[in-house]
Design a binder for this molecule. Sequence first.
Ligand SMILES: *Cc1c(COP(=O)(O)O)cnc(C)c1O
Length: 429
Amino acid sequence: MNTVTNLPGSPQVAYRGDVLMLEDCAVADLAARFGTPLYAYSQSAMLAALSAYQRALAGRDHLICYAVKANSNLAVLQTFARAGCGFDIVSAGELARVLAAGAAPSKVVFSGVGKTRAEMQQALDVGVMCFNVESEAELETLSAVAVQAGRTAQISLRVNPDVDAKTHPYISTGLKGNKFGIAHERAVAVYARAARLPGIEIVGIDCHIGSQITEIDPYLDALDRMLDLVEAIEATGVTLHHLDLGGGLGITYADEQPPSAGELIGALLQRIDARGHAHRQLMFEPGRSLVGNAGVLVTEVLYLKPSDDADGKHFCIVDAAMNDMARPAMYEAWMGIVPCRLRDGPPVTYDVVGPVCESGDWLGRDRALAVQQGDHLALLSAGAYGMSMASNYNTRGRAAEVMVSGDQAGLIRERESPTELFRGEHLLP
Ligand SMILES: *Cc1c(COP(=O)(O)O)cnc(C)c1O
């Protein structure tokens, strides 16, 4: 019985018979070899996700900038850099990472509402392609920093188009009440101000309306509002070279059916062309949709804790926790949890929880699983906002990470040891 059973998400993660595979590696073998908790990624799933964007934009002047915060491992960044991808960064730390991974600064855009002067200075020194400026105060500061450094900062203004991305409030960013971007109504005036600032060169305009977006309509609404603005701004004599539509495309965790990158971009291009903007350079900043479905978080079942009450909770206690994967605790996100080897026997409904001392430390609730102590489970679609949001809460070292390609698996991050965790702390004299 070597039939292949696909799971939601990427075709690189599937059962072959009873065995959960990541490409041609048995996930349980990865757990035995590298230990748990373990993040494992499929390189071909990442490259396939990128090439869907690249194909949709072929023949157009475009740049795809992977949003580093989704998964910032150097080997992940290197994989994308080698495939011609640019990067969207939000800190000097992420700038250092992309440079260490071999990225060309001319393909880096710098986003974020709270860039410090030091961060601006570093980004100017290496020559990033564009600062996505999020407030008037930031614009003034950037101009001053650039003048002092004898440089010119290329900028786009991140405009808040005030559209509802219809996603979780914590990951919705394009509505009026959000901290992100410059209000739509202020944009023309702020561009006029930017055009007069000495350290600033205007190169484009951008927006980013949210994350885990599963419909095309919010993007089309945002695009229409952005093109209205582009026309109003260019009517004042300011030229905008590129149009950056941000990231945010959703992935399948359970039964969501987001458009493919091809469908989304096809619809956007049609609208862009219909409105006479076909000549414009287009940029996208996908994060989750490039890496989310490419990764699993592998964990070992430490203990089963059944309830005596007929209607009580049964707990499956695993060695991964909210410090390894924050999404369930933080957004009540639902993530698939499956055994690395299927067992016969009736499933029991468990809450799958970690060892951290918080009731919010759960990975999945009410999951029917046939498992025993010592088995391995995999959290699916864990490649985005998993390891990059991991913490050391409870003085837990962060997980190891491996990259899989075919039947090969390579360690791309070592497991943190306890002494590393308090390196830099000092006892009192
Ligand atoms: C987080 C972020 C992205 C990526 O969002 P995804 O939902 O992961 O695609 C893109 N642009 C900006 C400015 C961001 O903050």
